[in-house]
Design a protein around this ligand. Sequence first.
Ligand SMILES: C[S@@+](CC[C@H](N)C(=O)[O-])C[C@H]1O[C@@H](n2cnc3c(N)ncnc32)[C@H](O)[C@@H]1O
Length: 293
Amino acid sequence: MTPFPDSRNAQTWSMVEGEFHFTADDFQKIAQILHSYAGIALGEGKAALVYSRLAKRLRILGLQSFREYCALISDSRQVDERLAMMAALTTNVTRFFREPHHFDHLRDKIMPALAQRARRGGRVRLWSAACSNGQEPYSMAITVLTALPEAANLDVKILATDIDPNMVAEGRAGIYREEAIEPVPVDLRRQWFSKVPDSKTCQVKDELRALVSFRELNLIGDWPMRGKFDVIFCRNVVIYFDEPTQELIWNRFAPMIENKGVLYIGHSERVSGPAARLLETDGLTTYTLKDRA
Ligand SMILES: C[S@@+](CC[C@H](N)C(=O)[O-])C[C@H]1O[C@@H](n2cnc3c(N)ncnc32)[C@H](O)[C@@H]1O
């Protein structure tokens, strides 16, 4: 099932007999649609991955070739299939308390002032941009509620967004396999999760869920939010974008960050382009607005 260069044409990938024909043109078409739809850049080294992930879609749709599949997704009205393609080609890998130093920083350096503001009646907003199936925003919510147990009664909200409607739905449901919640410290696990009877899953408790609003949002599309955020997590997604798109995204975040707010990014990402002049690091992959005074 591994694609190999067709000896007749180095630019053409063909598959073992009986499988779908997959040409360099097909790959380019898919890469171009994914890029314009989600900002994701696919290098030619990803041809085998594209083939193996999308072959399943071709079978489900009863198509005979990638050429037919490309004709289908070239039609911009095929929103569902474009989403299915995007979901098949992107990674949703996430973990509770992934890169734990960010949650330590949030708890120790950011939450004390935010808790004080919320207790005085102020507004506090956090955003998990590209939240996958919710493990990141729920880790944020646990951190917030640990510092501010009465958060549910104050003006404190966490927005959780992702381009993938399946991930948004999973996040909203807040049900995870028992192994998934292992990174959550035992005391917090007991406090914030309840076992779903007759299953190997646990559900996030209502108080935690109430703090988080899940929405679909494409980072390269419109952002309908008007207010600024005290805390933005945008981790392990921009890495899939090309450099100009990355710069664009960082530049859109900068004006959305409250004074003394913070932006957490993924371990292999760095803020680049014009936004780098507005943001300064405050620890590993942690950025705050530069003092403009
Ligand atoms: C690797 S996961 C990262 C999840 C989480 N931030 C973390 O670090 O654990 C990347 C997520 O980005 C989402 N994504 C990809 N392109 C996106 C886009 N253009 N806009 C919003 N989300 C996107 C994917 O659906 C996926 O859930």
